[in-house]
Design a protein around this ligand. Structure first.
Ligand code: NAP
Length: 250
């Protein structure tokens, strides 16, 4: 039985899963590696170590969890657009004096000369669409209220799983798929549905990059939603660097 320290990973990404695997391998004999998931998707991929699921109850709830479980350090490896949990982790770790690292994947480097439009949020993306296309591929999750009033536009919406509630879009079709996505398949989707505009979050990472390349090669414009604000603190871009940050702390 492991009686050592507890290390918490805030997860929900491929990087978090890889970090759990590597940390369990490197420190599993002396630390309990706990991954936390929000519980948004059914049947998430297997994760090494212990998994807990569901919200903590705001930053106060997370602070109580850190205290009660005697957490030695936290790596926030959540998605770059999961801004709320990241803000909560920042506040809770400050309050409980628990070291926190942000594992933040780099943004995509976009080839020069592409038809890229970067906007600050969903509302601005929706305002931009009428000038760009009529058959739009939305790859930004299920919070789509901002697009409800876009006129004369058909949407192809890709989600991780079938939505539990109807989407707030008049004319649309849902397809279901989990990353990673490959280039040939992304090209086929654009072609089959005669897509003339792509909307994506500036997520970065390899798992969802192919759609950007496919759109670029087809001359289709891409509207990128900018990343939300990240709180200050230790930050790295790779799992290797995160493991090095953990070594002296576990
Ligand atoms: P969010 O808006 O930042 O968080 C909303 C609330 O969900 C948080 O306040 C927290 O509830 C709970 N939560 C979020 N992540 C959690 C975690 N890892 N463990 C426990 N509770 C968590 O988050 P979101 O954008 O909905 O994303 C939810 C999860 O999906 C994240 O884990 C993220 O890594 C993953 N994900 C998100 C995206 C995206 O585009 N947003 C894409 C891929 C994967 P309490 O306040 O009750 O603690």
């Amino acid at each position: 039985m492991v009686t050592g320290k507890t290390f918490l990973i805030l997860g929900g990404t491929g990087e978090a899963r890889e970090l759990a695997r590597r940390a369990h391998q490197a420190f599993g004999d002396r630390a309990r590696v706990v991954s936390s998931l929000a519980g948004r998707t059914s049947g998430p991929a297997a994760i090494a170590g212990t998994v807990r699921t569901g919200g903590f109850g705001g930053s106060e709830g997370l602070a109580a969890y850190l205290r009660d479980e005697g957490v030695a350090c936290v790596v926030d490896a959540t998605h770059p657009f999961a801004a709320e949990i990241t803000a909560h982790a920042h506040a809770a770790c400050l309050r409980e004096e628990v070291p926190r690292l942000l594992l933040e994947r780099p943004t995509w480097q976009l080839p020069a000369g592409g038809r890229w439009v970067e906007v600050k949020d969903m509302e601005e993306a929706a305002e931009t669409l009428p000038q760009l296309g009529r058959r739009v591929f939305l790859t930004i999750g299920r919070r789509l209220e901002a697009f409800a009033a876009v006129p004369d536009t058909w949407f192809l919406v890709r989600l991780i799983e079938e939505p539990a509630e109807p989407l707030p879009l008049a004319d649309h079709r849902v397809i279901v798929g989990r990353p990673p996505f490959d280039l040939a398949a992304e090209k086929a989707i654009l072609e089959e549905h005669r897509i003339d505009c792509l909307v994506a979050k500036m997520s970065g990472g390899e798992a969802t990059r192919a759609k950007i390349v496919a759109a670029h090669e087809a001359g289709i414009p891409t509207v990128f939603i900018s990343r939300p604000f990240m709180p200050p603190g230790d930050a790295v871009a790779t799992v290797d660097e995160a493991i090095r940050w953990l070594e002296p702390r576990l």
